[in-house]
Ligand binder design. Structure first.
Ligand code: NAD
Ligand code: TDX
Length: 356
C-alpha cells in the first residue's frame, strides 16, 4: 500500500487554515503537519476536532525562523505545502504595518527558501509532484468601482499595508517559479466568512456586538461592497487547486455573493431578531452606528471565478443566505470557543484609525 500524502499547512490554527485542516482530516487520507506561531489570531481550540487524529500533528513555530522551518520540512517530508500563515487584518495593518512586512514578506521568503532547499533534493518523481501553494487575497488588485470583476489577468494595485504585503508575497512566490522552476500555485480569494472566524472581522464582530448590546460600527456609509465566500467552499477550492492546478498559474476564488456592508449587518440583525430576540423586543438594527471611515477604504471587491469553474470544475455550494444562517447559528451554539477570546486580551475596540 502506498503511503498517505503529506501536507504542511502554515497558519493552520487560524480561521481558514483550521477549516482546511479540519476538512482534510475529515474528508481525505492526507497526513497533516500544522505549523503556526499562535499569534493573537491563532487558536488551538479551532483544531480541537482533529486533536486526537493520528494523521495530524501541530507544531508551534514562526515562519520567519528559516532554520526551524527548514528542519520541520526536512523531517516531515511534505508532498504539498499550503502557505496560509499571515497577518490578515487590514485595520491592524493601518495601526502597525511592521508585523505585516515581517510575516507576510519575510516569512513568505523564509518559507520559499526552505521549501526550495528541500524540493531540489527530492528524487525526480517527487520533485515533479511537489507543490507550494500560496494563499492570497483579491485585495492585491486594489478597488473596483460599481462595475467589473477581478480576473487572473487583472493588474496588481494594492492600497493598504496589508494588501501591499500580500502583493509582495505573491510576486516572491511567482519569482520562485520563473527563476528556480519550483512548482508553485497561487490562489486569490474574496472575503471569507463562517465558523471559527476571529471576532475583529466584520461578520463575527457584528454578531458578537449584537449579543453584547453594543453599537455596531459601520465604516462610512456602509456602501462598500465585498464578495462573500463561505469558508468551506474556499477550502474545497484550495484542495482542488493543489491537487489539479497547473504549476505557475493562479486561480481566483469568489463566492458570487456581493453585498454592501450595511446589508450584511442588517441581515445579521434581522436573523438575530428571530433567533435570539432582545429582552426589550427592539430590533438589533437600533444598535447600528455609522463611524468615521477606514483610511484608504477600498470601495468594492468582486471576483470572476470562471477559470476555476471551467478548468477545475469548482463552484461555491453555499448561497450567502445559507452560509450566513449557518454562521450565525454556529456563534449562538459556540460561546465556548469565542467566550475566552472576548474575555481575554481582545477588547473589541475600534482598530485601523492609526491612533493606537
Ligand atoms: P487568520 O488571521 O485567522 O490566521 C492567520 C494564522 O497565521 C494564525 O493562526 C496566526 O497565528 C498564524 N501566523 C501569523 N503570523 C505567523 C508567523 N509569523 N508564523 C507562523 N504563523 C503565523 O487569517 P485567515 O483569515 O485564516 O487567513 C489565512 C490566509 O488567507 C492569509 O494568508 C490571508 O492573507 C488569506 N486570505 C484571507 C481572507 C479572509 O477573508 N479571511 C481572504 C483572502 C485571503
Ligand atoms: O467594524 C467594522 N466595520 C466595518 O464597516 C469592520 C471590522 C469592518 N467594516 C467594513 C470594512 C470592510 O469594507 O467591513 C468590510 C469587511 O471588513 P473586514 O472584515 O475587516 O475585511 P476586509 O478588510 O474586507 O479584509 C478581509 O477580506 C480580504 C480579510 O480580513 C483579509 O484578510 C482578506 O484578504
Amino acid at each position: 500500500m502506498s503511503q498517505a500524502k503529506k501536507i504542511m499547512v502554515t497558519g493552520g490554527a487560524g480561521f481558514i487554515g483550521s477549516a482546511l485542516v479540519r476538512n482534510l482530516i475529515a474528508n481525505s487520507g492526507y497526513e497533516i503537519m500544522t505549523v503556526d506561531a499562535l499569534t493573537y489570531a491563532g487558536n488551538l481550540a479551532s483544531l480541537e476536532p482533529v486533536a486526537s487524529s493520528p494523521r495530524h500533528q501541530f507544531v508551534q513555530a514562526d515562519i520567519c525562523d528559516k532554520d526551524i522551518i527548514a528542519e520541520l520540512i526536512k523531517n516531515f517530508q511534505p508532498d504539498i505545502i499550503t502557505h496560509l500563515a499571515a497577518e490578515s487584518h487590514v485595520d491592524r495593518s493601518i495601526d502597525g504595518p511592521a508585523a505585516f512586512i515581517q510575516t507576510n514578506l519575510v516569512g513568505t521568503y523564509s518559507m520559499l527558501d526552505a521549501a526550495k532547499t528541500y524540493w531540489e533534493k527530492l528524487p525526480s518523481d517527487r520533485r515533479d509532484q511537489f507543490r507550494f501553494h500560496h494563499i492570497s487575497t483579491d485585495e492585491v488588485f486594489g478597488a473596483l468601482g460599481d462595475e467589473g470583476f477581478f480576473t487572473e489577468q487583472t493588474a496588481y494595485d494594492p492600497r493598504s499595508p496589508y494588501s501591499a504585503s500580500k502583493a509582495g508575497s505573491d510576486h516572491l512566490v511567482r519569482a520562485w517559479y520563473h527563476t528556480y522552476g519550483m512548482p508553485v500555485l497561487i490562489t486569490n480569494c474574496s472575503n471569507n466568512y463562517g465558523p471559527y472566524h476571529f471576532p475583529e472581522k466584520l461578520i463575527p464582530l457584528m454578531i458578537l456586538k449584537c449579543l453584547a448590546g453594543e453599537p455596531l460600527p459601520i465604516y462610512g456609509k456602509g456602501d462598500n461592497v465585498r464578495d462573500w465566500l463561505y469558508v468551506d467552499d474556499h477550502v474545497r477550492a484550495l484542495q482542488n487547486v493543489f491537487e489539479n492546478g497547473i504549476p505557475g498559474e493562479s486561480y481566483m476564488i469568489g463566492g458570487n455573493s456581493e453585498r454592501t456592508n450595511l446589508s450584511i449587518v442588517e441581515t445579521i440583525c434581522d436573523a438575530l431578531d428571530t433567533l435570539r430576540p432582545r429582552v426589550d423586543n427592539q430590533s438589533y438594527r437600533t444598535q447600528i452606528s455609522f463611524v468615521p471611515d477606514r483610511p484608504g477604504h477600498d470601495f468594492r471587491y468582486a471576483i470572476d471565478a470562471t477559470k476555476l469553474k471551467n478548468n477545475l470544475g469548482w463552484e461555491p455550494r453555499e448561497s450567502f443566505e445559507t452560509g450566513i444562517a449557518k454562521t450565525i447559528q454556529w456563534y449562538l451554539d459556540n460561546e465556548a470557543w469565542w467566550g475566552p477570546i472576548v474575555d481575554g486580551s481582545y477588547a473589541g475596540e475600534r482598530l485601523g484609525t492609526n491612533k493606537v
